[in-house]
Design a protein around this ligand. Structure first.
Ligand code: PEP
Ligand code: MG
Length: 537
């Protein structure tokens, strides 16, 4: 037994098998083989196995992200069957008597380079797909029995760090906790862990050889206990069972209203990153969705999602929520969320750089594509749209002009759309200071306390070294929230909080007293907050 200690960013107990998430490509060495037929057979089996894996991934993606998101796994199956690709590998094995994985690696390089040099943008993108299927084959060939990509065991994911695009690809049905060497308490891995309601630890330095071992994640103490004794395991199994019981108790609050004892109702909404979170939204009885981080649709793709692809997803969320409010935030990339196909330049100070609405107002066609998809989807439910990183009234006016253009175009083309509430995120001190003027322009505010804390305290939320002083309870942050609520109401806008602080139970009473109208939190936080609000005098 060995215990590693890090910093907990989400509580809970998880017991499972460790899987170290490796980013680096495996090194493949050339070796001479004796038996060509045996190597060809090995190759054939690897292709079969890869196709099986892809079939399962397709089915999983279909459930989680729908047809358009799943299609890539079908394309990969077809690419594995490509005659030129297969022949290249087989020829190399036969004529040079080399090992299969080396033949795959060389073929992958040749084909990827060939695709990358093509003029056609679609064909260029296939280079990444060739690399992807080849890496899958190489993993199978080099660790024939150990990958277990689709094994159905509860899994503890260990990694140096995880980017948002990596986390969206994970098999959420079996991942029961996250442990990373780096990352910060406010990174998107931590947020994802909260959304999935699984424990997460950061800043934990582990040894590589613990891969595959049984372990316990104690999200209360920030501990990873590898190969626990039977006695400790039994103790933790008890604790985990108690946790489940607590959760069941909270479920009694399902279907109850979120009102204080004096009769004030607070709207309790959920934060989501995609369709796969909807199940948890329903399970935890959210009254609506207060923040759909739409950039995840862009992050999980290797191309700009088309209007149609976006429309299908927004429509499906709106329909699933059946008339309950669904607030979708427009693209918020840059800073910690980078997407290679956007071709953004590296910046000295990305958190204060070209991000979010700043990109949308420069790349208006990209913005309009998303707005068209959103307005089309508004005919199928109760959609609200909000805009991130606002700093001026001028920006809001510009946005509203673009929105009017989009509506006029849709009307001209006879495309129906519904009534849409427009709001902005208040996540910069500038927006707080001019919130009374901003409120006159919009229907609602949603306070993004993650960024508001970052910009108010001048502390990079991604910098783990500063976690100790990144303090969302700082009086300056709380005063900003108070001011936003007062000014919002004066200017006629309702005011919610969608940053992580909204889920802080030690502040629920304060927020109710400040006059906050809505709290939007990770689905798993909804019922504990409902309990707190129902107990508020
Ligand atoms: C925030 O900044 O508080 C917020 C909700 O947005 P994100 O965490 O996605 O930046
Ligand atoms: Mg933000």
């Amino acid at each position: 037994m060995k215990t590693y200690v890090g910093k907990s960013v989400y509580h809970g107990i998880a017991i499972g098998q460790i899987q170290i998430f490796k980013k680096e490509k495996k090194s493949v060495y050339r070796s001479r083989i004796e038996d060509v037929q045996q190597e060809l057979a090995k190759m054939e089996n690897a292709v079969k196995e890869a196709k099986e894996q892809l079939k399962k991934l397709y089915e999983k993606a279909l459930l989680e992200v729908g047809e358009s998101g799943a299609a890539i796994f079908e394309v990969h199956q077809m690419m594995l069957d490509d005659q030129d690709y297969q022949e290249s590998i087989q020829n190399m094995i036969q004529t040079q008597q080399i090992n299969a994985e080396y033949a795959v690696a060389v073929t992958a390089d040749n084909f990827a380079n060939m695709f990358a040099m093509m003029d056609d943008a679609y064909m260029k993108e296939r280079a990444a797909d060739v690399r992807d299927i080849s890496e899958r084959l190489i993993s199978i060939l080099t660790e024939a029995q150990s990958e277990e990509v689709t094994a159905d065991v509860p899994t503890i994911i260990l990694a140096d760090d995880l980017s948002p695009s990596e986390t969206v690809q994970m098999d959420k049905s079996r991942v029961n906790s996250f442990v990373t060497r780096y990352g910060s308490a406010n990174s998107h891995t931590a947020i994802l862990a909260r959304t999935m309601n699984v424990p997460a630890i950061i800043g934990l330095d582990y040894d590589e050889e613990i891969d595959g071992k049984k372990a316990i994640v104690d999200g209360f103490k920030g501990e990873l206990i590898v190969e626990p004794t039977d006695e400790l395991l039994a103790e933790y199994e008890d604790k985990a069972a108690q946790e489940v019981e607590k959760k069941l108790l909270l479920l009694e609050l399902k279907g109850k209203e979120t009102v204080t004892l004096s009769g004030r109702e607070i709207r309790l909404y959920a934060n989501i990153g995609g369709i796969s979170d909807l199940q948890s939204v329903m399970l935890n009885d959210a009254a609506g969705i207060g923040l759909f981080r739409s950039e995840f649709l862009y992050l999980e793709k290797d191309h700009y999602p088309t209007e149609e692809e976006q429309f299908q997803i927004y429509r499906s969320v709106a329909e699933t929520m059946a008339g309950k409010k669904v607030i979708i935030r427009t693209l918020d990339i840059g800073a910690d969320k980078q997407i290679s196909y956007f071709g953004l330049e590296k910046e000295e100070n990305p958190a204060m750089g070209y991000r979010a609405i700043r990109i949308c107002l420069k790349r208006v066609e990209l913005f309009k594509t998303q707005l068209r998809a959103l307005y089309r989807a508004s005919a199928y439910g109760n959609i609200g749209i909000m805009f991130p990183m606002i700093i001026s009234v001028k920006e809001v006016k510009q946005i509203k002009e673009i929105v009017e253009e989009v509506k006029a175009e849709l009307k001209e083309n006879g495309i129906l759309y519904g009534e849409v509430e427009l709001g902005i995120m208040i996540e910069t001190p500038a927006a707080v200071m001019i919130s009374e003027d901003l409120a006159k322009e919009v229907d609602f505010f949603s306070i993004g306390t993650n960024d508001l804390t970052q910009y108010t305290l001048a502390i990079d939320r991604q910098n783990a070294k500063l976690d100790d002083i990144y303090d969302s309870h700082h009086p300056a942050v709380l005063k900003m929230i108070q001011m936003t609520v007062e000014n919002g109401h004066k200017g006629g806008a309702w005011v919610g909080i969608c940053g992580e602080l909204g889920a802080d139970l030690t502040l629920t009473d304060t927020f109710v007293e400040m006059g906050v109208d809505e709290l939007s939190v990770s689905p798993a936080c909804i019922l504990p907050i409902r309990k707190k609000i129902r107990d508020h005098r």
